[in-house]
Design a protein around this ligand. Structure first.
Ligand SMILES: Nc1ncnc2c1ncn2[C@@H]1O[C@H](COP(=O)(O)OP(=O)(O)OP(=O)(O)O)[C@@H](O)[C@H]1O
Ligand SMILES: [Mg+2]
Length: 507
């Protein structure tokens, strides 16, 4: 008989109050393979992996590791058996350094005290294999989401896992950093580890994975090698639709360029150290893309526009008047919304209900004399739950119980129901499945047609090309190029992002 697979999960069932998240799922991973796990938002991917790693207790089913039945009572126990996970929302310690986070709980000691020198050296060793991207002594809190994800992955890789679970590791990661991740994963695969890879980005699945398992509504649909599997077939299986039913994604960027004076006019915006001269216009009814490499100043620009950070110099005009937002509250009053890239730090309030999270920014509008009209709230909430197809048991469900992609939709709905004039979206479809992306695009497109101005920040060039008629490319904190029409295409965008510099000098 053949050896047992590295990991064999059989008949896994998991129920939450009112929801069956997993119904008898079988899932096998071989040694030395990268196994993609895909499915719509809420299909049960994260739940299956949390059952594996002892975050959740299963209601039925068995788990075998190299033929041995196993039940892990906690992620710590799973880790001791070589099963290590990096989740969608990375729990790291902001006040500690990169090195401390990587070696947390395994700090080298000398006479009972942490040996800082050894700690930093050990971390530098791990990071050295990842590429020259991170300083071991930098406080974690100073890093952006993509680099935090790299730290979490470095930590996992340094545990020499036999089974490594990566649940949407790249959702906030631009191109270049994704390559670093690929390297790490391939190196681990070569050691005979089994890697489980969850992602909504098809290009990644095809670039990295050997086999794919599809979950739909908490059930196993199929497991197949990716070679020879057509992307369109995979999408159809995920969504449970036949090929003929799949809606083609119609580009909304094709709409005509607006005329007249812009709603938002930014000139030579500066803020040390990152912003050194950003200029851009957004008209009402226009979706303008903001492209650039990690560190090019995209998020920093958004934060200044939304009043989260002060600027040092430069002019902002909004609806014909100078804008000096000194707080988000102030920006919201002027009609500006901002969907932040890090939903945990800046957005979602896990213990509040879906209804409360969704209507948070809208509260002043929905309340009269400080009393929030329940009936109006309920209407708004129901409208957006159905329009964005947010998967909830009830609007009163705490938002932490939603799947990652559905939490993201709640955040987007929060801003849409506020009816802003300008919406700044930072990686809005991060973690969103391919069907839901089309829903979101349709809703944003409709609102733009009705006059909403959108500034779209995205690391997915495909998304920018499909959504935007015009694109501003930032490089090193400056507006480096403005592309429109036929120039909104991969080649020109990549060239503008990279500039003339030789690739290696770009670190
Ligand atoms: N702690 C919980 N309490 C109640 N329901 C939960 C809990 N965790 C998950 N669920 C429900 O289980 C279902 C599966 O969720 P899961 O997070 O596994 O989806 P997913 O496939 O990872 O989706 P995504 O792509 O959005 O991350 C969803 O309906 C979700 O609301
Ligand atoms: Mg998930």
């Amino acid at each position: 008989m053949a050896d047992p697979p590295l990991l064999r999960m059989t008949g896994i069932t998991k129920r939450f109050a009112g929801v069956t998240a997993l119904a008898g799922v079988d899932f096998h991973v071989a040694a030395g393979e990268v196994h993609a796990l895909v499915g719509e938002n809420g299909a049960g991917k994260s739940t299956l992996l949390k059952v594996l790693t002892g975050v959740y207790r299963r209601d039925a089913g068995t788990i075998e590791l190299e033929g041995q039945p196993r039940t892990f009572a906690s992620p710590g126990e799973a880790q001791r058996h070589g099963v290590v996970a990096v989740y969608q929302e990375v729990p790291l310690l902001d006040r500690r350094t990169v090195a401390e986070n990587i070696l947390l709980g395994r700090e080298p000691t000398h006479w009972g005290r942490i040996d800082w020198q050894a700690l930093n050296n050990a971390a530098a060793d791990v990071l050295g294999r990842l590429g020259p991207y991170l300083d071991p002594e930098a406080p974690l809190g100073s890093l952006d989401v993509a680099h935090r994800q790299l730290v979490a992955i470095a930590r996992a890789a340094s545990l020499a896992p036999r089974v490594l679970v990566l649940d949407e590791p790249t959702s906030a990661m631009p191109h270049r950093e994704v390559e670093v991740l690929y390297d790490v994963v391939r190196r681990l695969r070569a050691t005979g580890a089994g890697i489980i890879y969850v992602s909504h980005r098809f290009d990644e699945l095809y670039a990295l994975c050997d086999r794919v398992t599809v979950l739909r509504d908490g059930r196993h649909v199929f497991t197949r090698p990716l070679t020879g599997l057509e992307p369109l077939e995979l999408v159809g299986v995920m969504l449970g639709k036949r090929r003929e039913e799949l809606r083609p994604l119609t580009p909304v960027g094709a709409r005509r360029a607006p005329e007249g004076s812009p709603l938002l006019r930014v000139r030579d915006l500066q803020r040390t150290p990152r912003l050194q001269g950003v200029s851009l216009d957004v008209h009402a009814g226009e979706v303008v893309g903001l492209a650039g490499l990690l560190g090019s100043g995209r998020t920093e620009t958004a934060r200044v526009l939304f009043g989260l950070d002060p600027r040092d110099a430069g002019a902002i005009e909004f609806a014909g008047h100078p804008l000096r937002p000194h707080s988000p509250r102030n920006a919201i009053q002027r009609g500006i919304g901002f969907l932040a890239e890090d939903r945990r730090a800046e957005g979602i309030i896990p213990d509040l209900s879906v209804r409360e999270n969704l209507t948070l920014a809208a509260l002043p509008m929905l309340s009269r004399l400080g009393v929030v009209s329940r009936a109006r709230q309920r209407d708004v909430v129901e409208r957006f739950i159905s329009r964005l197809r947010i998967r909830v048991a009830s609007p009163e469900q705490p938002v932490r119980e939603l799947s990652g992609g559905n939490q993201q939709k709640v955040l987007l709905a929060r801003w849409l129901c506020r009816n802003p004039r300008l919406l700044i979206l930072d990686e809005p479809t991060r973690g969103i499945d391919i069907g839901a992306k089309a829903d979101i695009r349709a809703v944003v497109g409709e609102l733009a047609d009705a006059g909403l101005a959108v500034l779209l920040i995205s690391s997915e060039i495909g998304e920018l090309i499909e959504e935007c008629a015009r694109l501003v490319v930032l490089r090193d904190g400056r507006s480096a190029a403005e592309l429109r029409g036929a120039d909104v295409a991969e080649g020109p965008i990549l060239r503008a992002m990279a500039g003339d510099r030789p690739r290696e000098a770009a670190t």
